[in-house]
Write a protein that binds this ligand. Structure first.
Ligand code: MAN
Length: 506
C-alpha cells in the first residue's frame, strides 16, 4: 500500500526541472519532493491530488485540508500521508503520518517525535553500520556466487556445443547403418517365416496322428466298458467301474454315474465327444487319491512300529497292483508327445537364429545411436538458462532431512520424500517448468504430477531459488497438504552485486 501510494505520487513530478530553484525545507518531505511544495506567486498550495487549493500558510498547520493528506506531511493531522525521516547515516524512510508524535520512536534519527515530549535517541549511525556490514556480507556471497555462475555458464555452453557437435556424426552414422539394418530385418523375417512354416507343418501332421491315436484309445476303452458288446454303454455297465465311486462306499451308485452319462445309453460318437475326457480325468483323480491314502497309511504304520499282520500284507499287495501306472495313461502320455523336429527343420531354426543374431547386433547399435541422438536433442531443446549455466545441475540431486523425512530435490528430474534411511520414496513431482514469471523466470521451478495424495491432489513442489555460495537445499515446508515448498540456494541465482543500484531515497 505504502509503495503503491509512493509510486502514484512520485513520477508525476520527476520530469520537472527544479534544480535551479532555492528550495525551502518542508517538514516530512524529502529533498527530492520539495519542488512540489514551493509557494507559487499567488502564495497558494494546490493539494497534490488536485482536489483543492489552500493558502501556503496552511501547510503543516496541524489541520487537515487535503483529502490526500498532502498538506500535512509533517504532522499527524491527516494521518493518511507519509512522513519522511532522513535518517542520515542509515537509510531514509517514509512512515505513515499517523505515527508522527505518537510517543513511539519510528525513525532511527528520532525526527518523528519532535513535539511529543518523548526523547528518541539518534541510532542511525549504529544501524547504518550494521546494515552496511550485512549488505557487504550479502554482496560478498553474491560476488563469489556470480563468479562461479560465470564459470558454470562456460561449462554449460561447452556442454551444449559438444552435444551439438556430436549429434551430427551420430545422425550420419545412423543413416549409414540403416540400409544394413533394414536388409538384415527382411532377411530375418524371411528365414523366420520358413522356420515357422516347417514347424507348423510338422505340428499339424503330428496333431492329425495324435487325434487318430486318441480315437483308437477311446475305441479300446469303449469296447472294454461295453460289457454286453451291444455297441452302446448304459449306466449299469458304467457302474461296474470302481473309480467312479466318489463317496468311497465300495459301490458305484446310479447317482455317481449320472453326470457322466446324461442320456440312456451312449454310442461311440457320444462316448468320444462327451464322456471320454471326463472319465479319463475321473480315473486319474481316483488313482491319485488311492496313492495318497496309501502313503498316509504307511506313515501311520511306521509311527506305530508294528509289524504288519496278514490282513495288512494283503491290503498292501492290492495297493501295489493298483499303484502300477494305468496303461491307458501311459499310452496317452506317449501319444501326446510331439516327435522331435527332423534335421531340415532344425537347420531352418539354426538359420533363423543366426539371422536374428545378426539383425539384433545391428539393431542394438541403431538403438544405442537413437538414444544418444535423443539425449542430445533433449539437451539442446531444454531450457537451461540464457547461458546454459543451469545445465550444471542436470542429473544432480540435493537432500535435506526434516523430521522423519529425507527430501530430495533433483533440479530437472524428480523430487522425493522418504523415511530417513529408507530406500525409494514418495514422488513429490517431476520437473515441469520455470515459474519465476517474466521478470525473473529462473527464480522459481515447478514440479507436478507426483504421487496421488490420499483424499487430495497429486503431490507437487515449488522451488524458490536464492543466491548462495554453494548449491544447497536450505528449507523444506509443506504449506498445504501434499504441496511442498523447497528453498534452494545456488551460485546460479547470483547477480553481479557491483552492478546493482541501491535506492535510498526517492
Ligand atoms: C504422507 C506425507 C505427507 C503428506 C501425507 C498426506 O504422510 O507425504 O507429507 O502430508 O502423506 O496424506
Amino acid at each position: 500500500m505504502l509503495l503503491q501510494l509512493l509510486v502514484l505520487l512520485v513520477p508525476a513530478a520527476l520530469g520537472e526541472d527544479v534544480t535551479q530553484r532555492q528550495l525551502k525545507p518542508v517538514k516530512g518531505v524529502p529533498h527530492s519532493r520539495l519542488h512540489l511544495y514551493q509557494s507559487s506567486t499567488t502564495d497558494t498550495f494546490r493539494c497534490l491530488d488536485g482536489s483543492q487549493t489552500i493558502l501556503y500558510s496552511q501547510l503543516n498547520d496541524d489541520y487537515c485540508d487535503c483529502k490526500d493528506g498532502s498538506d500535512e506531511p509533517g504532522t499527524s493531522a491527516c494521518g493518511n500521508a507519509f512522513f519522511y525521516c532522513s535518517n542520515v547515516g542509515h537509510k531514509g524512510n517514509f512512515i505513515p503520518t499517523n505515527r508522527v508524535n505518537d510517543k513511539l520512536c519510528d525513525c532511527c534519527d528520532g525526527s518523528d517525535e519532535y513535539d511529543s515530549g518523548v526523547e528518541c535517541p539518534n541510532i542511525c549511525d549504529e544501524l547504518g553500520r550494521a546494515a552496511r556490514i550485512e549488505r557487504e556480507k550479502i554482496a560478498s556471497v553474491a560476488r563469489k556466487g556470480f563468479q562461479k555462475r560465470q564459470e558454470l555458464a562456460k561449462e554449460g555452453q561447452a556442454l551444449r556445443d559438444s552435444k551439438l557437435k556430436d549429434v551430427e556424426p551420430l545422425r550420419q552414422e545412423r543413416a549409414n547403418i540403416e540400409p544394413e539394418r533394414a536388409r538384415l530385418e527382411t532377411e530375418k523375417k524371411a528365414v523366420e517365416e520358413v522356420e515357422k512354416k516347417l514347424q507348423d507343418e510338422h505340428r499339424n501332421q503330428w496333431e492329425a496322428v495324435r487325434i487318430e491315436k486318441k480315437k483308437l484309445r477311446a475305441t479300446d476303452w469303449f469296447d472294454e466298458l461295453d460289457l454286453d458288446k451291444s455297441g452302446k454303454i448304459d449306466r449299469e455297465e458304467l457302474r461296474q467301474n470302481l473309480f467312479l465311486d466318489n463317496d468311497h462306499d465300495g459301490f458305484v451308485s446310479e447317482d455317481e454315474v449320472k453326470s457322466y452319462l446324461t442320456i440312456d445309453e451312449a454310442d461311440f460318437e457320444h462316448f468320444q465327444s462327451s464322456m471320454y475326457d471326463r472319465l479319463k480325468e475321473a480315473r486319474h483323480q481316483h488313482r491319485e487319491e488311492m496313492k495318497y491314502k496309501e502313503e498316509q497309511e504307511k506313515e501311520k504304520a511306521k509311527a506305530l512300529e508294528n509289524a504288519p499282520d496278514d490282513d495288512d500284507l494283503l491290503a498292501e499287495e492290492d495297493r501295489h497292483e493298483e499303484e502300477e501306472e494305468d496303461p491307458e495313461d501311459v499310452r496317452a502320455q506317449e501319444d501326446d508327445k510331439m516327435p522331435a523336429y527332423p534335421p531340415e527343420i532344425n537347420e531352418a531354426s539354426e538359420k533363423a537364429r543366426e539371422a536374428r543374431r545378426l539383425f539384433d547386433e545391428v539393431n542394438e547399435k541403431v538403438q544405442d545411436l537413437d538414444a544418444k541422438i535423443r539425449e542430445a536433442e533433449d539437451f539442446t531443446n531444454s531450457d537451461y538458462g540464457e547461458n546454459y549455466e543451469w545445465a550444471a545441475l542436470k542429473d544432480k540431486c540435493f537432500d535435506r532431512n526434516v523430521q522423519q523425512y529425507t527430501y530430495q530435490f533433483c533440479p530437472f528430474g524428480q523430487n522425493t520424500q522418504k523415511d530417513v534411511g529408507a530406500y525409494g520414496g514418495t514422488s513429490l513431482g517431476n520437473f515441469k517448468n520455470w515459474s519465476g514469471g517474466e521478470t525473473n523466470k529462473y527464480s522459481k521451478m515447478h514440479f507436478g504430477d507426483g504421487q496421488q495424495c490420499w483424499n487430495g491432489p497429486k503431490r507437487s513442489t515449488d522451488i524458490s531459488i536464492e543466491c548462495g555460495e554453494e548449491n544447497e537445499l536450505v528449507e523444506v515446508t509443506e504449506p498445504a497438504k501434499c504441496e511442498y515448498l523447497f528453498t534452494f540456494r545456488t551460485p546460479l541465482a547470483c547477480t553481479d552485486p557491483d552492478k546493482e543500484i541501491v535506492h535510498d531515497e526517492f
